[in-house]
Write a protein that binds this ligand. Sequence first.
Ligand code: PGA
Ligand code: ZN
Length: 424
Amino acid sequence: MTLTISTLQGIQVLDSRGRPTVCARMVLSDGSVHKATVPSGASTGRHEAKELRDKGTTFSEKFFSGSSVHQAVWNINNVIAPVLIGSLPEIESVDAFLIAIDASPRYEVIGANASLAVSLAGAIAQAHSHKISLARLLRPTGPLVMPMPMVNILSGGAHAKGALDIQDVLVIAHGASNIAQALSWISAIRECAAREGAARGFVTNLVADEGGLGIAFTSTDQACAFVVDCINLVGLVPGLQVSLALDVAATQFFDQGNYISRSSGKVHSAQQWSDQLISLINSQPIISIEDPFAEDDWQHWSQFTAQVNESIQVIGDDLFTTQLNRLTKGIEEKSANSILIKPNQNGLVSNSFEVLTQAKAAGFSTVVSARSGESEDSWLADLALGWSAGQIKVGSTHGSERTAKWNRLLEIEATEETVFSKPF
Ligand code: PGA
Ligand code: ZN
């Protein structure tokens, strides 16, 4: 029986930070219901697809200080649904309809929060109509490639009231033999960080948007050394079994060509900032660094990537914003060697996959990523598996919006044939 879309409805729901976001609810002709809720960022890149938010002028909008999404929901109900009802839930055709409705490159008319919600709900519904999981729909044969997790331990920046200059200190358990083991190691490190932080007299009760601990260290070096201590304390070997990754999110503290430390107020030229990062990388077991420079500081990205010379992973998040034109420039200019793939920076499932595919073709590693504002949905885990992304980043081991993704990966590892990706 060929299933078609019988109802499509947008609903304003809440994300993990208590802010409004868009859920698309699709009902197929067999009566089955398929939903997708879109995530939302705090340290958003300037070049991301456009998330439609209301102005906060009407009575009901003002309670969310202008972050309500009634217009995006209205667009699903009144602009998108009339076109899609009666058609097949197929990724390519749903996305083609969405592009036909809004040809602006960043979905400024219907809103990328509306487009992605519908694109995802369609993909999930399509998997149902084929009686398979979303991961299997995207990778029909062969073992599923279980992504290597990159997990927040400490957070600062826009996610934790500036507790650290950089946004996150994360860990990668590359010595683990499967995701269950990797997450058990990382969960122990996160627990140790809370315990040890308190024992050393730090305030440890600030939990950041993505579940990392917002401990106010005086320097990034001190924060990294602390996480290394925790890796040792749980009985693992830093650098051999578990290494560090940084998300610098440097756009957040870039001002007129300089990088300005929030904690010390010290102004660094781009060259001084680069030297500081290189010395940090040389003194700590860091194997991956994200957004070391600001989103449009292309020149220093290329210089830095040449200097580290493949010794570590250099990931573009705000730099590329999951946009093909920015990735193409980055490949040409050798700005990075890795890309973060955030579907809501792009606005469509199929185009996000296209960006990931082009990145892989250029020899980049790919990391599928959640946002600071998340939902209880787990489709991101299926995308990472189905696209053989190799790595996944969803925040900490804390918070059900984070564990929903980890638990989906654990479920797949327990029930399907998988191979654990070892990108390092
Ligand atoms: P965001 O942060 O979701 O707040 O943008 C995540 C990240 O920078 O990777
Ligand atoms: Zn980032």
